[in-house]
Design a protein around this ligand. Structure first.
Ligand SMILES: [Zn+2]
Ligand SMILES: [Zn+2]
Length: 564
C-alpha cells in the first residue's frame, strides 16, 4: 500500500510483440479506497473509474490518455473532480445518465458522452464500446478493442454489474454478449461465492420484515447511499401490492431528495435510461413524490426551524429514508415511540461505507442513532436487496463471456479469493486478484483459443421395438460413463423427443423425492412447506434461511403450503 505506481511514459508500448497488457491497480475496492484501474495497451493508457478519495495512488507520472467512468457511485467517480482539476485536458468518458447522476454540473458538462453499443475511436486502433451493466441507471460496461496489425485484443470491464432487472434498471444483456471471448475480463466480485434468492424474493422478504415492524407502530429508518438503493426502495414501496393504497408516510431527507430529483430530471430528459414500465408509470404520476395517493412520499424538512414552521410531528407508522450523513437526531426527537433501523446486509455495504467514511473511520451510525432516540431502545433489522451479481451470477457471466484472463476487483479480499478458488474458474481461465500498487502483467498469446463452451457430446444408440415395449440400447461409452452411473442411480430415466433427437435424462434422487412428496402433500418436508421457493428456504426463522435446500429436508419451522 502507498507505493506510487507510475504509468509508463507516452510512446512506451506494452504490447511489444502483441502479447502483454499491464493493469495498474490504483484502487481495487477491497476496503473503502474506491476503484481506479489503469490499463496500458499498445501505448494507449486508459483509466477505468476514479473512485479514489485523493489522487495520491496515481503517483506523479504523466496523465492517462483517457478516463472512463462506469457509473455514478462514489467509489467509482469520487475522484473525477480532482482529476479534472489536475489534468483539465484529459477526456473523461461516461454515459449521459452517469454524467447526470454525478450531480456535479461543471464536471458533467466537461464529460464526453458515449453512446450505447457503438464502438467509438479513442485513438488510432483503439476503440471503446459501452454495454448496459444493470446495477444503476446509466451504469456501463466497457469493451475496449486494440488492433495491432492483424491482431485484435479485447478487454471487457464490467464495472459494477447485475444480471437481473431491478425496479429502475434493466439487467446486464448477457445473451447479447455470449461468446464474446475477450482477452481480459475485469469484473466485480463483491458478493464472492454467496448465493442469494432472486431479486423479487429479496424484495418480498424485505416487505414482510418492514410490514411487521410497521404493524407494531414503529418508525422505521433506512439509511441508504445517495444513489441506487434508496430510489429502488421508494419505487418498491410505491408499487408493491402490500403497500399501495396503505396509509403510510414515507419521509425522504433533503440530501436523498436531491438525488431523487436528479433521477426525475434524467427520466424527463432521457426516458430510455429507464425500463419501459417505469416510463409508463411516470406518465401518470411522479415516481417519487406524490402526496395525494398512498403510500405518501414527502420530503423531510431541511432544519429544525423548518420543522417548527410545519408544526409536524412524526406519526407511526412511518418510514424515514435518510443518508447516513444526515443529522438524524433532528428527526428522532419528533417521535417518542419505538424505532427500528433497517441496514443492508454486510456484503452490500461498499457504497454505503464510502459515504459513512465522511464521518471518519470509527463512526458508528447505528450507535449514534441509538443515542439520539428518546428511549434509546432501537430494534435492528438487516435485509438483502443486492444489485451486484452473487456467486452464481458472476460465474455465469464469466462462463458466458469466456475470456482468457479474469481479473477480480471490488469487494473484500476473502470474497474475491473464494471466487478465484472455484474449480470451475481455475480449470478454464487465468484468474487474478490485483493488489493495490502492484502492476499486473497479463500475457496475451495470440495463438490462444478460448476453451470451448461446455457441450454434451452426441452418441449413437439403437432403438428396437416389440409389440409390448420399446427398448433403447446405449453404447458402452455412455453406460460406462461415471456421469451416467450417477444420474441413472434412481433407476428411472426420462426419454423425450426433441426434434429428431431422443433426449434421455436420469431422474435424480431429489426429483424423485419431489415426485413422491407431491403424492403425500402433508409430509413435514421442505418441498411441502410454504417457505420453500425455487429450492431455497425463505423462512427467516429457519437455520436454513436463504440456503439451497433439498426438497426432502426438514426443520422445526415447517408450515404446510396451502393448496391454491
Ligand atoms: Zn456501484
Ligand atoms: Zn461499486
Amino acid at each position: 500500500m502507498g507505493a506510487n505506481v507510475v504509468l509508463p511514459p507516452p510512446g512506451v508500448t506494452d504490447v511489444a510483440d502483441g502479447d502483454t497488457v499491464v493493469c495498474y491497480p490504483y484502487g481495487v475496492g477491497h476496503g473503502h479506497e474506491g476503484i481506479s484501474l489503469g490499463l496500458s495497451i499498445g501505448g494507449h493508457r486508459i483509466l477505468l473509474d476514479c473512485g479514489l478519495e485523493d489522487l495520491a495512488p496515481l503517483g506523479d507520472g504523466p496523465p492517462p490518455d483517457a478516463v472512463f467512468c462506469s457509473h455514478a457511485h462514489l467509489e467509482h467517480g469520487r475522484g473525477l473532480g480532482l482529476l479534472r482539476q489536475r489534468w483539465p485536458q484529459v477526456p473523461i468518458y461516461a454515459t449521459a445518465a452517469t454524467a447526470a447522476l454525478l450531480m456535479d454540473k461543471a464536471l458533467a458538462q466537461s464529460i464526453k458522452i458515449l453512446p450505447w453499443r457503438l464502438p467509438v475511436e479513442l485513438a488510432d486502433n483503439f476503440t471503446i464500446e459501452l454495454w448496459p451493466a444493470g446495477h444503476l441507471p446509466g451504469a456501463a460496461s466497457a469493451l475496449l478493442t486494440y488492433t495491432h496489425g492483424t491482431q485484435r485484443y479485447r478487454f471487457f470491464y464490467t464495472g459494477d454489474c447485475f444480471l437481473s432487472s431491478t425496479r429502475l434498471v434493466e439487467g446486464f444483456p448477457l445473451a447479447a454478449l455470449r461468446g464474446l471471448n475477450p482477452d481480459v475480463l475485469i469484473t466485480d466480485g463483491s458478493l464472492g461465492v454467496a448465493r442469494y434468492p432472486n431479486r423479487r424474493q429479496q424484495e418480498n422478504q424485505l416487505i414482510e420484515q418492514l410490514r411487521s415492524q410497521l404493524d407494531q407502530s414503529r418508525c422505521v429508518v433506512f439509511p441508504v447511499p445517495l444513489l441506487g438503493l434508496g430510489q429502488e426502495l421508494l419505487m418498491l414501496w410505491r408499487s408493491h401490492y402490500h403497500f399501495t393504497g396503505q396509509p403510510l408516510t414515507i419521509w425522504v431527507d433533503p440530501a436523498l431528495g436531491r438525488s431523487c430529483d436528479a433521477y426525475l430530471e434524467l427520466l424527463a430528459q432521457k426516458p430510455d435510461a429507464f425500463p419501459r414500465n417505469v416510463q409508463n408509470f411516470a406518465q401518470h404520476q411522479s415516481i417519487f413524490w406524490d402526496d395525494r395517493i398512498n403510500p405518501t412520499i414527502k420530503r423531510l424538512p431541511q432544519s429544525a426551524a423548518d420543522w417548527q414552521h410545519h408544526e409536524q410531528q412524526l406519526q407511526a407508522p412511518a418510514v424515514l429514508l435518510v443518508h447516513p450523513a444526515t443529522p438524524i437526531d433532528l428527526y428522532c426527537q419528533r417521535y417518542r415511540g419505538a424505532w427500528s433501523v433497517f441496514l443492508p446486509e454486510q456484503a452490500d455495504l461498499c457504497a454505503w461505507q464510502a459515504e459513512l467514511n465522511r464521518h471518519g473511520p470509527t463512526y458508528d451510525w447505528f450507535d449514534s442513532f441509538k443515542n439520539a432516540t428518546a428511549s434509546g431502545t432501537v430494534h435492528l433489522e438487516t435485509y438483502q436487496l443486492h444489485s451486484h451479481c452473487d456467486g452464481d451470477g458472476t460465474t455465469q457471466l464469466i462462463h458466458n463471456l469466456r475470456p482468457r484472463h479474469v481479473v477480480l476487483v471490488h469487494g473484500p479480499l476473502d470474497h474475491l479469493s473464494a471466487l478465484a478458488n472455484l474449480d470451475s474458474l481455475q480449470s478454464r481461465y487465468q484468474v487474478h486478484i490485483p493488489l493495490p500498487g502492484n502492476p499486473l502483467s497479463l500475457f496475451l498469446d495470440t495463438r490462444f483459443k478460448s476453451p470451448p463452451p461446455p457441450r454434451e457430446p452426441t452418441y449413437e444408440g439403437t432403438v428396437s421395438d416389440s409389440p409390448n415395449q420399446i427398448s433403447l440400447q446405449l453404447p458402452s461409452a455412455i453406460s460406462n460413463d461415471a456421469r451416467w452411473q450417477s444420474f441413472a442411480e434412481t433407476g428411472i430415466v426420462e426419454a423425450r423427443w426433441q426434434g429428431d433427437n431422443l433426449v434421455l435424462r436420469g431422474v435424480d434422487p431429489s426429483e424423485l423425492a419431489a415426485m413422491t412428496n407431491r403424492l403425500a402433500p402433508d409430509r413435514a418436508i421442505c418441498d411441502n412447506c410454504q417457505f420453500y421457493q425455487q429450492r431455497t428456504c425463505q423462512q427467516t426463522r429457519s437455520p436454513m434461511f436463504g440456503r439451497l435446500v433439498a426438497p426432502d429436508g426438514h426443520c422445526p419451522e415447517f408450515i404446510v403450503r396451502s393448496i391454491e
